[in-house]
Every structure is written in structure tokens, then in C-alpha cells.
Design a protein around this ligand. Structure first.
Ligand code: NAD
Ligand code: TDX
Length: 339
């Protein structure tokens, strides 16, 4: 089996590559990544010399380059993680989200149509369903929940999902889609809530909680997400959407307090800042379908996963220090300077 994994130098894609090379040592994995600000080649260092692994620096919107790679590799499957993934950045500058997340997805699928493929898998998000009210804990996102997006990011991901389903119906492309809740774990880029709070804590810097911090996210350890995608690409039904989540809903403020406690830092570091525009209140996945059809269940409890994650950031300063000392400083100033 030869699999092209796009966006494999990012957070979830890299964890997925490690998972696949470990669980399927006879597979060839080709990582296609443009190495944007979110891509980090040092993350892939441990697998660079694996003979079953190849890294190619390429933009998924580069049609010529993508077609050339398909001609060289004749992939059996494509798993598309490549995306602009940060909601706050999409609010500042939507355009690159439309290009990568929508045009890039279409370009990859056109290559799949032209050269043939056993499976195209789109890594999507629960954010395409919009949000749920805090006072209705009985409500969850199922695969039947209507698409109802809030941010330019989630709209671009929803646009891609609709295109994927259209390519299945119109051209018979063998597709699957997974819509996962918030991931956490190693190699998470420090613009996102959990790594940002860990790293700020370590520097005794203010912890910028948007609004009151009552928004709820449904957190899943990244390895559990990777196992779910592995199951879907092998055993999932073509043309289907699978929600992935582990019923682990937490308020942002509680996560930040938990990180303070784990690192023995005072909660007085918490600073409430201006809320995100259009901020989704609550995400909550109903994972019944993937459980019933594919037997998937999360394996890592949040208490264990967050401990492992905090320890990983303590042990891997070499990974995150170069990130936060570069362009990230400008980003941080722009995003949080006047908030
Ligand atoms: P990330 O931002 O950490 O990584 C994205 C990767 O894609 C980077 O390596 C980047 O270099 C690459 N990339 C960006 N634009 C590209 C382009 N035009 N061509 C080629 N490569 C490009 O993102 P992540 O958190 O790992 O998310 C991966 C996927 O999972 C995304 O599609 C995201 O929408 C989805 N998702 C993420 C979460 C989460 O909690 N992080 C949850 C559900 C779904
Ligand atoms: O500094 C912060 N302060 C804060 O209060 C940051 C960065 C975030 N937040 C809040 C906003 C959200 O309610 O924390 C929550 C989580 O924020 P993010 O880490 O930015 O994630 P979210 O917006 O929930 O989106 C994530 O999950 C779904 C990923 O970034 C998406 O790619 C994925 O699709």
C-alpha cells in the first residue's frame, strides 16, 4: 500500500505518519507538505531515514506538482490533512483558507480522478456543524446534523466537505470523511489553546482566556484520532462521513486552571481578554456511528493524555523554542497585543 499523507509536517498529520509507519511497517508513506508556518520538518526527523518514507515539499494547490507526484508514486490512497487550521488566523485573513482548504482539496481530488485511487480520505472537523447551546447538554453533533458554520475556517472546511461528497456522487470517487473534535497531544502548534497555555505558564506569562472562558470543547488525544482514521481508510464505507470524538467536554477556563495546577503556577496568571469574533459556544460529538460500524473507542483518558502532553512540552523545548522565537512573536503581538 502506498499512501500520500498531505500536511504531514503539522500536528495531526505527523502523529498519523508515526502511527502508520509503526502499525503498518510494510506500507510506503509519502508526506506532501508545503511547510507553511505550521509545518515543521524537524517533527519528521525520526522517520526521515525510514526507507518506506518520503518527504516532498509541495503545495496542494500546485496542480502540476501534484500530478507529477501522482505519476511518480501511483498512490493507492490519499489522506488529506493539509489545511490552514487556526480559527483566529481565518478571522484576520480568510483568503489563504479558501485557497488551501477548498482549491487544494479539489486539486488533490482531480489528481485522484485522473490517475485512479482506491480511497481519498478528507480529514474534516466538528466545526462544520457550528455550535451547540450551553444549556442543552442533551444535544450532540451526529453525521445528520446540518452544516452551519461560524468562522471563515469552518466555512472553508465545510466547502471542502461538500466538494468531496460531490466528487463521490458525480465522478464516483471513492471518498470518506472524518469530522473530529479538538485534538491535543505532542507537536501541537503553540498558537492553539493547550500548548499556548503550557508554554505561557512555563514563562510566567499572562494566560489569555477569551471572554469568560465558558466555551466548551470536546477534547480527544491525537493518537485516538489517528487510530480512527486508520480504521476508516481500511474498513469505512465509501461515500460516508464518520464523526470522531470521545465525550470529553471541558470548559476552556477549567483546562487553563488544570494546566496552572499541573505546572504549579498561580491562577492569577489568567487574564480575560476580548472574546473571539463569532466564538462557538460548545462542540460535542456523538461517536455512535464509528463505534457501531468500526468498533472505535478512545483509549486515552483526558487525565492521562493531558499529563503526557504537559510532560512532552517539558521534555521537548528543543521543538517549540525555535517556533516561538521566530515569526510567532509578531503573530503573538498582533493577536494579543491590544486585546
Ligand atoms: P496544522 O496547522 O498543525 O498542520 C497543517 C499542515 O498542513 C502543516 O504542516 C502545513 O505546512 C500544511 N499545509 C498548509 N497549507 C498547505 C498547502 N497549501 N499545501 C500543503 N501543505 C499545507 O493542522 P492540524 O491541527 O494538524 O490539522 C490537520 C487537519 O485536521 C486539518 O485539516 C484540520 O482542519 C483538521 N482538524 C484539526 C483538529 C485539531 O484539533 N487540530 C480537529 C479536527 C480536525
Ligand atoms: O489564546 C487562546 N485563548 C482562548 O481562550 C486561544 C488560542 C484559544 N482560546 C479558546 C478559543 C476556543 O474556545 O480556546 C478554545 C480552543 O481554541 P483553539 O485551540 O484555537 O481551537 P478551536 O478554535 O476550538 O479549533 C480547534 O479544533 C477544531 C482546531 O484549531 C481546529 O483546526 C479544529 O478544526
Amino acid at each position: 500500500m502506498n499512501i500520500i499523507v498531505t500536511g504531514g509536517a503539522g500536528f495531526i498529520g505527523s502523529n498519523f505518519i508515526f502511527h502508520m509507519l509503526k502499525e503498518h511497517p510494510d506500507y510506503r508513506i509519502v508526506c506532501l507538505d508545503a511547510l507553511t508556518y505550521a509545518g515543521n520538518l524537524s517533527t519528521l526527523e525520526p522517520v526521515m531515514s525510514n526507507p518506506n518514507f518520503r518527504f516532498v515539499k509541495l503545495d496542494i494547490c500546485d496542480r502540476e506538482g501534484v500530478y507529477k507526484l501522482f505519476e511518480e508514486e501511483h498512490p493507492d490512497m490519499v489522506v488529506n490533512f493539509a489545511a490552514e487550521s487556526h480559527v483566529d488566523r481565518s478571522i484576520e485573513n480568510p483568503e489563504v483558507f479558501l485557497n488551501t482548504n477548498i482549491i487544494g482539496t479539489a486539486t488533490l481530488m482531480d489528481a485522484c480522478r485522473k490517475y485512479g485511487i482506491k480511497r481519498y480520505h478528507q480529514v474534516s472537523t466538528d466545526e462544520v456543524y457550528g455550535d451547540l447551546p450551553l444549556d442543552r447538554p442533551d444535544l450532540f453533533f451526529t453525521e445528520e446534523t446540518p452544516i452551519h458554520t461560524s468562522s471563515p475556517y469552518s466555512s472553508s472546511k465545510a466547502g471542502a466537505d461538500l466538494l468531496v461528497l460531490a466528487y463521490h456522487r458525480t465522478y464516483g470517487l471513492p471518498v470518506t470523511i472524518s469530522r473530529c473534535s479538538n485534538n491535543y497531544g505532542p507537536y501541537h502548534f503553540p498558537e492553539k489553546l493547550i500548548p499556548l497555555m503550557i508554554i505561557n505558564c512555563l514563562h510566567d506569562k499572562p494566560l489569555p482566556v477569551y471572554g469568560e472562558g465558558l466555551n466548551v470543547r470536546d477534547w480527544l488525544y491525537v493518537e485516538d484520532h489517528c487510530r480512527a482514521i486508520d480504521l476508516i481508510i481500511h474498513n469505512g464505507r465509501v461515500g460516508e462521513v464518520y464523526n470522531v470524538g470521545g465525550h470529553n467536554e471541558m470548559k476552556n477556563i477549567d483546562i487553563v486552571k488544570l494546566i496552572c495546577k499541573a505546572l504549579d503556577k498561580p491562577e492569577s496568571l489568567i487574564t480575560h481578554v476580548t472574546d473571539r469574533k463569532g466564538h462557538d459556544m460548545r462542540y460535542a460529538i456523538d461517536p455512535t456511528k464509528i463505534h457501531n460500524e468500526l468498533g472505535w473507542l478512545p483509549e486515552t483518558k483526558f487525565a492521562d493524555g493531558i499529563k503526557k502532553t504537559i510532560q512532552w512540552y517539558l521534555d521537548n523545548e528543543d521543538w517549540w523554542q525555535p517556533i516561538i522565537s521566530g515569526e510567532y512573536q509578531n503573530y503573538y503581538e498582533e493577536m494579543y497585543g491590544n486585546r
